[in-house]
Design a protein around this ligand. Structure first.
Ligand code: ZN
Length: 279
């Protein structure tokens, strides 16, 4: 183990006079392996203070970081769950129920209307914790509802993506969400309403291949993985070694695929500046 476990923790335990200091006070950075105090990590917007690694964050936390308390969650349309009665080594209906229980949400996309600075906007946020942020019918409907809300209230839309792609358990019905969401975000352009797409780690598959790449401005968080197929699959197909930072935000901006790469601490200000400019 390391010096925190062997030295700091026993010292802390002696100091507070308790037998146990809870294990879950600490988080290990996946990039630099440093131990981070969870409270400190949260104060730092879930960014590692040693190496700037941006931790993945859930939808509810993102709403808080974006709006503070100035937002109202919207109810997203109900859909018929498990239309194909899909089963692999576990029933999809059961996977869905487990994810709903674990995350206390209906599906992978949550929608809210809120105020950033002085601008009212609709925000849709993917939660990677919910079945890998996969886009099935419920997520598609949620994105469309977010677009409708923006159109009805004549306010901009910001979508934070974090997704492994289409939800395979819903087969072709999940793939249909790609054109549906594309049509929905295009309807905003026709009404001159801004749509900002924020790509967070990871944005892949059917989400990156549909509405997420159609923002009027596409912002990516630092060092996020953004792509369609995984790099190993591509390497095996084209029989070539890919660059080390392939499919990372910094690589994509060099190639002109996205517009801005931001550190999470500057994200709100950047979104606000763009919206002020576009409006
Ligand atoms: Zn780190």
């Amino acid at each position: 183990m390391n010096w925190i476990t062997n030295f700091v923790r026993p010292k802390l335990q002696a100091f507070v006079g308790k037998k146990e200091v809870p294990e879950n006070l600490w988080e290990t950075c996946p990039k630099c392996s440093q131990m981070l105090l969870k409270r400190e990590l949260e104060n730092n917007l879930f960014v590692c203070k040693h190496c700037d690694y941006h931790f993945r964050i859930g939808a509810k936390k993102r709403f808080e970081l974006l709006f503070g308390s100035n937002y109202i969650l919207m109810e997203t349309p109900k859909i018929k769950p498990d239309p194909l009665k899909f089963k692999d080594n576990k029933k999809y209906a059961d996977r869905l129920k487990d994810a709903q229980k674990k995350n206390s949400t209906n599906d992978s996309v949550m929608v809210a209307s809120g105020t950033l600075g002085s601008i009212k906007l609709t925000a849709a946020i993917f939660d990677f914790n919910f079945l890998g942020g996969s886009m099935g019918m419920a997520a598609g409907e949620a994105i469309i509802a977010a677009c409708d809300h923006s159109l009805k209230n004549k306010i901009p839309l910001v979508i934070f993506s974090s997704s492994g792609g289409a939800r395979m358990q819903e087969g072709i019905l999940s793939l249909m969400q790609m054109p549906r969401t594309v049509i929905a975000v295009n309807s905003l352009a026709k009404s001159n309403l801004p749509f900002i797409s924020v790509l967070t780690d990871p944005t892949t598959g059917g989400v990156s291949a549909s509405f997420a790449m159609l923002g009027d401005i596409i912002i990516a968080e630092k060092n996020a993985t953004i792509g369609f197929a995984g790099s190993r699959v591509i390497e095996e197909t084209i029989k070539e070694k890919l660059p080390q930072n392939f499919q990372k935000s910094e690589y994509l901006i060099e190639k002109g695929m996205i517009d801005i790469v931001v550190h999470r601490r500057n994200l709100n200000q950047k979104v606000l500046n763009i919206l002020e400019f576009l409006l």
